[in-house]
Design a protein around this ligand. Structure first.
Ligand SMILES: Nc1ncnc2c1ncn2[C@@H]1O[C@H](COP(=O)(O)OP(=O)(O)O)[C@@H](O)[C@H]1O
Ligand SMILES: [Mg+2]
Length: 196
């Protein structure tokens, strides 16, 4: 199977989830994440803003802000497919619909933060394997962003169990960035490439 076929198949399955399933599974995934030391010890956390049927991050963001963490969110530049991390102060007031219809800070609410300040990045994606290899949506945004983190920062994906597939390392290219952990509604997967 090639990359695009797997991606398409999994995204189709995700598209078929009911809103009830998305909410229930997202709640389980979030609860699991909130229990992790990795999350609890993180001072600055980058969180994606979910769209379509991605694992929801609303309660995660509220919890993080409510417990005094710094929360940063991505702002994408579609020209060069780069992202900046922007400090989120008022949630959800500072957000508006941005590129690809994904929420992002309104132009006057963008507060760029150095990616080296980030302790933990919550990564979205289409398909993952047990090694932490990741297929996104084809833009390579996180492939460009993740190398800018501190070496000791952690990339953690939120995904439904059906988004985790058999090893597809052979489909990965030189720029593809893995994640160290995957949290699903059933478990936390510590990926084999993890350096921790
Ligand atoms: N740091 C980079 N510099 C140049 N090109 C990059 C970089 N990171 C990713 N790319 C390119 O962006 C594209 C991303 O494709 P792909 O990895 O399939 O997307 P995704 O990671 O979103 O699934 C690839 O063509 C890849 O070569
Ligand atoms: Mg990639």
């Amino acid at each position: 199977m090639d990359k695009d076929r797997i991606r398409k198949q999994v995204l189709e399955a995700r598209g078929n989830l009911s809103q009830g399933e998305v909410v229930d599974k997202s709640n389980s995934i979030t609860e699991r994440l909130l229990c992790c030391n990795l999350y609890q010890l993180a001072r600055t956390i980058m969180v994606y803003l979910d769209f379509r049927n991605e694992v929801k991050t609303d309660s995660l963001i509220k919890h993080a802000l409510g417990t005094g963490k710094q929360v940063v969110v991505p702002v994408v530049n579609t020209q060069d497919r780069s992202m900046i991390s922007s400090l989120l102060v008022n949630y959800p007031e500072d957000l508006t619909s941005g590129s690809y219809g994904i929420l992002e800070p309104a132009p006057d609410k963008v507060r760029p933060m150095d990616p080296r300040e980030i302790d933990l990045v919550i990564v979205p994606g289409a398909v993952f394997d047990y090694q932490g290899n990741r297929m996104g949506y084809g833009g390579g945004y996180y492939d460009r962003f993740l190398p800018r983190l501190r070496k000791d920062a952690v990339a953690l994906a939120l995904a439904y169990e059906f988004q985790v597939r058999q090893d597809f390392a052979m489909l990965m290219g030189q720029y593809d960035q893995p994640v160290q952990y995957i949290v699903t509604e059933k478990r936390i997967i510590q990926c084999q490439n993890s350096v921790l």
